[in-house]
Design a protein around this ligand. Structure first.
Ligand SMILES: [Zn+2]
Length: 394
């Protein structure tokens, strides 16, 4: 991976998923805006959940396949938008991993949120202008932004889709570096003449920090309102529908101390458990595999949250990860609805929420300290591999 830069993060995820080199890649599902959520699979093991031996498999073969499947593990990053440093981290872990256990690496679950946090709503407006259709504010049938990167047309071909997404985010990166995006001059010059119709429903509040009257799509207007009329989305945590994905899982949903019940940059639990396409993508992907452990990368705090509801499965595994990274194990008090919580309750196997980076650093500073963060986590995937192989011998 090239030097990590803020604007290029999402492009690099898609570029890595495009360059296959014999490595299996695929899609977990798609985001609210319709972007595919890519995974990169390294190692062997049996990835074919439905089994590949056909109808003639005897009991021993089936048992062996089942045992092979149990050797799978999942590592994902960036379920929270502003925690974008975890995306290149998981990506680099996938590049370096050379174990035999099948590990699925998902660099970023919340692709839309990442883009919003990095580029602001100008990104949504640019997307809409490019594809001639703007996403809709939350509504009963939750229409996706179907034409994002031609997803509707190219569903059958993830590689072509990833390539198209890499190109799209490459263009966004270029605009951001040239400061033609995230700059009101760009918006006023381009959108006012290209997006007829918007601007009539201007409901911007008194605190709007834009100096001119920009006609935004209703979707962006709504985002701006949720963000307190600030155009700075760098601390946004939720998905692009203002649901905090890591309180949207079906595990004591709504029972967390910090939960809120209205759209917000963080902590909104959503209208019901698993209401978000990103949540459902992770849940379905997990259910269709047999992960013996899951690592959920977050930032920040330099610690690991482990266990839920009085369950602490495979403590030895958690302790090995803790020793290797130097992050102490701790319990999350008064939280609920997270992936770790759901996985622990449902499968009684270890899921760790790994919070990388020192609390005192800003989000951008954490990116500058990327090498240090990677070093602390560089042995995690090989510990997973060793653990799986030792278990198999037992
Ligand atoms: Zn987080």
């Amino acid at each position: 991976m090239s030097k990590t830069n803020l604007y290029g993060i999402i492009k690099e995820i898609y570029a890595a998923a495009t360059e296959k080199n014999g490595v299996e890649t695929g899609v977990l599902g798609k985001t609210v805006l319709g972007f595919p959520i890519p995974y990169i699979k390294k190692g062997h093991g049996c990835g074919n959940v439905s089994g590949s031996t056909g109808g003639n498999a005897n009991g021993n073969e089936r048992a062996r396949e089942k045992e092979e499947k149990r050797k799978e593990a999942l590592i994902f990053g960036a379920i929270h938008a502003r925690e974008y440093v975890t995306a290149p981290l998981v990506l680099k872990m996938s590049e370096k991993y050379a174990g035999e256990t099948a590990v699925y690496f998902v660099p970023a679950v919340n692709i839309d949120g990442l883009a919003l946090s990095i580029f602001g709503i100008d990104f949504v407006e640019y997307l809409g202008r490019l594809y001639g259709e703007y996403p809709h504010p939350r509504s009963a049938d939750r229409p996706n932004f179907r034409y994002a990167c031609g997803l509707g047309r190219r569903r059958e071909n993830p590689a072509a889709l990833f390539c198209e997404c890499a190109e799209f985010f490459g263009e966004i990166e270029r605009l951001a570096v040239e400061k033609t995006i995230a700059q009101s001059a760009f918006l006023s010059e381009n959108f006012q003449k290209n997006s007829n119709g918007f601007g009539g429903g201007n409901s911007r509040g008194p605190a709007a920090d834009t100096s001119d009257e920009l006609p935004l799509s209703p979707f962006s207007e709504n985002l701006l309102k949720i963000n307190g009329y600030s155009r700075d989305f760098s601390l946004w945590k939720a998905n692009i529908d203002a649901v905090d994905l890591n309180v949207n899982f079906d595990a004591d949903w709504g029972g967390g101390a910090q939960n809120v019940r209205y759209p917000a940059p963080a902590n909104f639990i959503g209208p019901y458990p698993e209401s978000e396409p990103e949540t459902r993508a992770l849940v379905n992907f997990t259910k269709s595999h047999d992960f013996f452990c899951v690592l959920c990368y977050h930032s920040k705090g330099d610690l690991i949250y482990y266990g839920y509801g009085g369950r602490f499965p495979d403590r030895e595994f958690a302790e090995q990860i803790s020793r290797s990274t130097g992050y102490p194990l701790t319990q999350s008090e008064n939280s609920a609805g997270g992936y770790k919580d759901w996985f622990t309750l449902k499968f009684d196997r270890p899921a760790l929420t790994v919070e990388v980076g020192g609390e005192s650093f800003s989000r951008v500073e954490l990116l500058e300290r990327f090498d240090e963060i990677y070093d602390r986590n560089s042995n995690v995937a090989s510990i997973i591999d060793r653990f799986a192989r030792e278990r198999k011998r037992k």
